[in-house]
Write a protein of this length. Structure first.
Lengths: 433, 174
């Protein structure tokens, strides 16, 4: 796209909107009454509905720091399983206990908190995220804030299942695994609240519905929506929803994750500072990992310090989206190249996947994205496009698609490979180790 | 505007003034963004409910009217896309009306009707509401690069359309 040519279109389109008038004939008084009535209902829903028993688990961290994982209602966090009983905790009494390691002193405070408070902050909540299309099809994840259409029938009257995750999932893949975790921001770190397993695997169950099969992404994929109960502690605050899934397990595919921030029962914080490297809507990461808590984004979020105040959510935007216009590439070890546990550098043979008229990618191979985890090191290459405009405003030259020659690229790892597997991030296939 | 205060949430004069002043315009923007008056009405009402619930906070913003306009369009577009997926239509992005008759007067509704949902929403957000390109993506729930493409294609299509009808007034006044 030519920016210059695009700029010329602005005044043409602007003129189209000249003189646009408000919708005529609107009964503003009736509309205002309807809005105030609904707002009153929303406010009522925010009040405490039920006082439940409180199950309290205190997790004591080293150095005397304390994180309290609190559940109200009948279930401890570990007992909440969406497919069996997704009844949400609905308000209640929140007890906060602090404990210190190696002492028996305990202090308890009790506060009444709103239960089914949901706040979707337009400036904060990213509600639809696309995962990198490294392994097709890319699975779009949409997080819907509000009462889900798939609320489980046994939910108490007036209760809400305010989080709905929508995702493409395979029609039939017995190896599919997923885990949704909800963590609460305590002002300095993310505190695990609870997790749900197998939201999207197998047949639809309570709180889950398949809405369309055979999507544009292929016949094996179905669009699925699952309702998540309100976090059973229901304490007002900022929460992080992470969904990690894995499929075609055994084929060496990496595990993917997506995350969104949701806010319950507290005023929307100010938008993240503009100094972040990417908008919140881009805080998707793909990474090979051994579990959802080891994704790059999660690690970044856990270690990030709030930049403006303790109530601000961490921006977790250390993941840089692929450079605009760059294309995928796969790599193998260069002929004669061998790696071992002490390897910190190796030569990769990088092959561009995008059509480039058979031109070499020499000089266009971008610095790889390297993600290190406990059992693997994933190296993902991208290549800058070969297309070039002949002059400003001209369309780019056409490229054809003979096979592309590989280009050598020396990869430097941040630490020795050790006993880990070296993985090509594009194909998910192991290359060494 | 007479409102029975016992019927709903407490509203202050500033909210009422904003509502009366901006509701029809917000509704119009949502209609233009989606081409669906019923959906636009629901989304606009939802947006003002959100505004009222958060009034203590949003009223301190520089421009609460801009806030509610963005929320209304965002909700309308999101609902349209969700319904498209739910009902198995190919995609909201692919839905557009045929070109209007060449030579006919082109008003804004008929011009926008040739655009797929995401393109028309991007164009309305940017050119009518004044949302910077960098923020359109967040409101449409897509990547910035995708939003730029929607915006560019929408502009180009409209320019082609309007270019064929240059002598006609292009204003959207009804």
């Amino acid at each position: 796209m030519s920016d210059e040519r695009d700029d010329e279109l602005h005044p043409v389109v602007d003129r189209l909107f000249d003189g646009v008038q408000p919708t005529p004939g609107v009964d503003v008084g009736a509309a205002l009454e309807a809005v105030t009535a609904r707002a009153a209902t929303v406010r009522r829903l925010r009040r405490v509905r039920r006082i439940g028993a409180v199950v309290l688990v205190a997790v004591v961290l080293g150095g005397g720091a304390t994180v309290a994982v609190v559940a109200s209602g009948d279930k401890a966090p570990d007992e909440v399983v969406a497919s069996d009983d997704p009844s949400p905790g609905v308000g209640g009494t929140l007890a906060t206990t602090t404990s210190t390691a190696s002492t028996s002193s305990t202090a308890t405070a009790t506060t009444t908190v709103p239960g089914d408070v949901v706040d979707a902050c337009p400036d904060l909540v990213a509600e639809e995220r696309d995962l990198p299309p490294v392994y097709l099809p890319a699975l779009p994840i949409e997080v819907v804030i509000g009462t889900s259409d798939h609320s489980p029938p046994e939910a108490p009257a007036g209760a809400s299942t305010p989080i709905e995750i929508r995702v493409l999932s395979p029609e039939a893949d017995p190896s599919w695994q997923d885990e949704a975790t909800i963590d609460r921001w305590d002002g300095s770190t993310w505190v695990p609240t609870y997790s749900l397993h197998s939201l999207f695997g197998g047949a639809p169950g309570i709180g889950r519905a398949d809405e369309a099969a055979g999507t544009d992404d292929g016949p094996r994929w179905r669009e699925t929506a699952a309702a998540l109960p309100l976090p059973s502690d229901a304490a007002p605050g900022i929460y992080r929803l992470s969904l990690t899934y894995e499929y075609d397990v055994g084929a060496g595919r990496p595990r993917w994750s997506a995350e969104a921030h949701v806010v319950f029962g507290v005023p929307c914080p100010e938008p993240p500072p503009t100094t972040t490297s990417a908008p919140v809507t881009d805080t998707i990461t793909s990474t090979a990992s051994t579990g959802p808590t080891t994704t790059a984004a999660t690690v970044a979020a856990t270690t990030a310090s709030p930049t403006t105040s303790s109530s601000d959510p961490p921006t977790a935007t250390t993941i840089t989206p692929p450079p605009e216009g760059s294309g995928p590439a796969r790599w193998e070890l260069a002929p004669g190249e061998a790696v071992d546990a002490a390897t910190t550098s190796f030569v990769a043979n990088v092959t561009e996947l995008t059509c480039s008229s058979g031109r070499s990618a020499d000089g266009r191979v971008l610095a790889p994205d390297i993600v290190v985890s406990a059992d693997r090191i994933v190296v993902t290459f991208r290549v800058a496009p070969a297309t070039t405009a002949t002059s400003a405003g001209d369309p780019p030259t056409t490229v054809t698609c003979p096979s592309n020659p590989p280009s050598n690229y020396t990869v430097t790892l941040p630490e020795p490979l050790g006993d880990r597997v070296l993985v090509d991030g594009d194909s998910g296939e192991p290359r060494a180790g | 505007v007479a409102v029975d205060p016992s019927a709903g949430a407490r509203v202050d004069d500033a909210f009422t003034a904003l509502f009366v002043d901006s509701y029809p315009a917000v509704l119009r923007a949502a209609e233009l963004a989606t081409g669906d008056p019923e959906r636009a009405r629901d989304a606009t009402q939802d947006a003002f409910v959100q505004l009222l619930v958060r009034w203590d906070r949003v009223s301190r913003y520089d421009n609460p009217g801009a806030w509610v306009r963005r929320v209304a369009i965002r909700e309308a577009v999101r609902g349209a896309r969700r319904d498209a997926r739910r009902h198995g239509t190919p995609s909201a992005e692919a839905t557009a009306s045929p070109d209007p008759d060449v030579g006919a007067s082109i008003d804004v509704d008929r011009a926008l009707a040739v655009l797929p949902l995401m393109q028309r929403a991007a164009v309305v957000l940017h050119h009518l509401v004044g949302v910077p390109t960098s923020e359109v993506a967040g409101l449409l729930g897509c990547r910035p690069a995708t939003a730029r493409v929607h915006l560019h294609r929408g502009r180009r299509r409209l320019a082609e359309l309007l270019g064929a009808d240059e002598e006609q007034p292009a204003g959207g006044a009804l």
